[in-house]
Design a protein around this ligand. Structure first.
Ligand SMILES: [Zn+2]
Length: 133
């Protein structure tokens, strides 16, 4: 094997980074294990939404009436769900908790103040109160 070939195979072994350069609502990759649903790319989904995995899980749990457990990059849900249903809820989450209602940009942060939760937009400065989950 030449040096170049060695280098190439070494690169192939490098795991794809779960970091996300820009905001994106990534579709979930899931499969069923018995009665449960395993989302294998949950880490990437939350990284691209720039939110905490626990917060998104709380939202999904309430919306879908399920329990979930985060295991590394994966999310295990307590019921059989179609990826279509999960994706729809993640889109809803992005609309409520990430995207600015005023300018439509996703550059925002969640701010907790006086027991209330706000989406604070880093682009236009708008602050919008949202439901605590
Ligand atoms: Zn804004």
């Amino acid at each position: 094997m030449s040096y170049e070939e060695l280098l190439e195979s070494a690169y192939e072994d490098v795991e794809v980074s779960e970091e996300c350069e820009r905001f994106e609502v990534v579709n979930v990759k899931g499969h069923h294990e018995g009665v449960r649903t395993v989302i294998s790319n949950f880490g990437k989904v939350v990284a691209c939404l720039r939110r905490r995995p626990e917060h998104l899980l709380k939202f999904l749990g309430k919306e879908l009436g399920i329990q979930g457990e985060i295991k590394g990059e994966r999310l295990i849900l307590s019921r059989k769900l179609s990826s279509k249903d999960v994706n729809a809820k993640i889109k809803k989450y992005a609309k409520l908790y990430v995207i600015c209602v005023k300018c439509g940009k996703p550059d925002s942060e969640l701010d907790e103040e006086g027991g209330k939760l706000f989406v604070r937009c880093l682009a236009c400065g708008n602050k919008n109160e949202v439901h605590k989950i």
